[in-house]
Unconditional design. Structure first.
Length: 323
């Protein structure tokens, strides 16, 4: 990555900022972060108010609101089970959301746009930790290849807009995220919220044995969503280059270690078993975050503190969370 791509350029706190997906895990954290940093003109729409799959509505929204900056955190997102079962939805809906939003943003002269992808864009067998330059160097993990291809298309669209129109739009690739506002649905959630829900329910129901999917051996990295939001603002104010930037903590844990930490945080004392007949997914997924670290940003929330905070949020919102 070109070091010259990191140049401070602060954003106008009074500019109109559209946070697409502002009720989601990432979008809501970005909204909180921007508010706390003094942004005064944030706009968001729920998917019911504005379906980003509807091209005409998206163009109508942009021409009426004319946002100056856009954070594209709206997407169809899910865990292994959902990705594996509904590849058409993950491919088609994400492509539509991205293409419509970026096309409308371009037509309406949006100055800065941040597109969010995911670590699943990197090849299944790429060397670890995953460097930005490994993009498009090998085959994808088949359980989420449809989602990954949509996200890769998004990165390419940002690069194409930069090349053809010279706009300083950028892309960031977060590792696995978690935190307040996560999706705790039993079928659509990622591993961290799924474990929190499962073990919290086991404590409440007095369950003696909890069975988890897979072997527990895959290694994964987890970034608190407040750290992610802070990295997004950092990039918008400091980075201007075509290459996507990895955002993570730079270290990983096994799913088994994660399950044990979650179990002890919620107070579960029963047995933990693993169903090895279920897919594990990629054996290891650790981001190389040295580019972002060299530019001056590192994560600050520890995994233990983040899990404790997320469990507390889950318990406070048990009756109102999604799913
Ligand atoms: N969660 C992770 O671990 C993770 C990791 C890496 C990357 N990311 C990336 O971060 C971004 C946000 O993920 P997230 O975890 O915040 O997902 P999320 O919690 O499921 O939120 C996604 C948001 O997108 C909105 N949305 C979905 N379909 C829409 C549509 N057709 N029209 C308008 N809005 C729509 C939803 O709006 P409503 O609530 O109004 O329906 C929702 O608030 C995604 O690009 C994802 O790839 C997430």
């Amino acid at each position: 990555m070109d070091p010259a791509a990191f140049k401070p350029q602060s954003l106008d706190r009074d500019a109109k900022v559209y946070v697409a997906g502002h009720r989601g895990l990432v979008g809501s954290a970005i909204w909180r972060k921007l508010e706390s940093e003094g942004f005064t003109n944030l706009i968001g729409r729920t998917s019911t108010e504005l379906d980003l799959k509807n091209r005409d509505d998206v163009f109508g929204f942009f021409s009426e609101e004319k946002p100056q900056y856009v954070v594209l955190a709206a997407a169809k997102v899910g865990g292994i089970m959902a990705n594996n079962s509904y590849p058409v939805d993950f491919l088609s809906e994400n492509l539509q959301i991205q293409v419509n939003t970026m096309d409308a943003a371009l037509e309406n002269d949006v100055e800065r746009l941040l597109f969010l992808g995911s670590s699943c864009i990197y090849p299944k067998l790429a060397p670890q930790p995953l460097k930005e330059e490994y993009l498009l160097t090998g085959h994808l993990e088949p359980t989420n290849d449809a989602y990954a291809i949509a996200k890769i298309a998004g990165i390419l669209q940002v690069q194409a807009v930069r090349r053809q129109y010279g706009k300083p739009w950028i892309s960031a690739m977060p590792t696995n995220l978690y935190g307040p506002g996560d999706n705790f649905s039993p079928t659509g959630s990622h591993v961290m919220p799924a474990l929190i829900r499962r073990y919290d329910e086991a404590v409440r129901d007095g369950t003696e044995t909890v069975v988890n999917w897979g072997t527990g051996s895959p290694l994964r990295e987890f970034l608190h969503v407040d750290d992610m939001a802070s990295a997004c603002l950092f990039l918008l104010e400091n980075y201007d280059g075509p290459e996507q930037v990895n955002v993570g903590v730079g270290s990983d844990v096994s799913i088994k270690e994660l399950a044990e930490t979650v179990a002890s945080t919620v107070g579960y004392t029963g047995r933990m078993e693993w169903d090895a007949s279920q897919p594990d997914g990629t054996p290891r997924k650790l981001m190389d975050v040295s580019k972002l670290a060299a530019a001056g940003w590192t994560a600050s929330v520890s995994l233990e503190d983040g899990i404790r905070q997320t469990v507390d949020w889950f318990r406070d919102h048990r009756d109102s969370f999604r799913g």
